[in-house]
Write a protein that binds this ligand. Sequence first.
Ligand code: CMC
Length: 430
Amino acid sequence: MDQQSAKVILDGNTYELPVIVGTEGEKGIDISKLRTLTNYVTFDQGFGNTSNCKSAITYLDGEAGILRYRGYPIEQLAEHAGFVEIAYLLIYGDLPTAEQFKNFSETFTEHSTLHEDMKHLFDGFPTRAHPMAILASVVCALSTYYPGIDSAALSTEEFDRVAVQLMSKIRTIAAFAYKKSIGEPFVYPRHDLEYVPNFLNMMFSNPSRPYKIYDEVSKALKVLLILHADHEQNCSTSTVRLVGSAHSNLFASVSAGICALWGPLHGGANEAVIEMLEAIQKEDSNVDKCLEMAKDKTNPFRLMGIGHRVYKSYDPRAKIIKECAHDILQKLGINDPLLDIALKVEKKVLADSYFVDRNLYPNVDFYSGIIYKALGIPRNMFTVMFAIGRMPGWIAHWKEMMDNPGRKIGRPRQIYVGHNKRDYLSINKR
Ligand code: CMC
């Protein structure tokens, strides 16, 4: 194999396939002509080795624990940037100038309210509805209240408006979903507040109890949103791309992404981690028992918040979140025993050959729930927080795909393993 091509030998014939090299030296074999040339397809369950696109949004090296948005290291962004600034960076490719940032922020404010009729949608859900179900439904329903957003025909200005509408309204929808679940009146967005404090105010203030917005709380939530803002071709982002590849509109595509994120193997893990830590606490903090269950191949239980498809070293986001958890608990004067249990689980995982041999480390969801809990965010809203954070990433990927003139509808192949041809028998002859 030379540097620019790969040779595949099938049935005695040699085929040459081009090699694609990314800007960070990642190499991929372009198999797009493989079936036409050879009649073979590739088999890759879970797409562990398959790139579906070239992307310039996020770079991630799972072996080295590197994550960068548009080239900027995640550590620098989490420390110094704002969430709206990061949204601009991800969607448009560069950090905004002061003027661009001002215009972008102003349109956020402009689009933060929901169409009044949309409030009735929330009444249609049972009180105990999971907010992720409400979020996915209401985001999809945006396309009925703000029509004329057919993706294939969107102009640049229309895309800008739809993207900001979605980014801005998602936090209003999320806060309304929460208010609905606790039977309190909706709190409308305020034009004098920035993105994160505005959201916190909609979540936690009510007519009889004004909410004091602490800078520490806003900062901790901002860091979490930035850390969740993109993670290249993860399950929900791939879903957004796949749905969008059929030219479904942005609202519908993102709604599908929200559903994918809800699963406990993906964004839903943050909720499951707290449940797991509480279960350990109930068992007299017996961490060993939990680890044994996770290692037992006859038991489907897994340690939640541990392991990652791409990271085979410590998830750089988890590193920042762990520090942030210590920091915010200390600042708020909270002593959460779940943090001690989590630290104990991590220590044992990092020293246990089962987890070490499989390169299993804490991921982004392992410590995030402890922070959300400290901020007063209820457990069923944890994955909603993830969704608000991931919104710029989903929008950026949808845009990148739609801007690619060579895009194709997503349509994987399969290897059929069912029955060979057989003839139909009417029901009384079976
Ligand atoms: N506990 C116990 N064993 C595990 C775990 C775990 N959390 N994760 C992976 N393994 C084992 C797995 O059983 C397998 O063992 P073996 O080789 O003996 O069959 C090996 O490690 C490889 O696992 P895999 O399932 O082939 O790996 P994957 O890349 O398909 O799955 C994962 C990645 C994240 C779904 C998985 O690690 C997992 O289920 N983790 C727990 C759920 C979780 O925390 N999810 C959040 C992921 S990060 C945020 C996000 O993406 O939203």
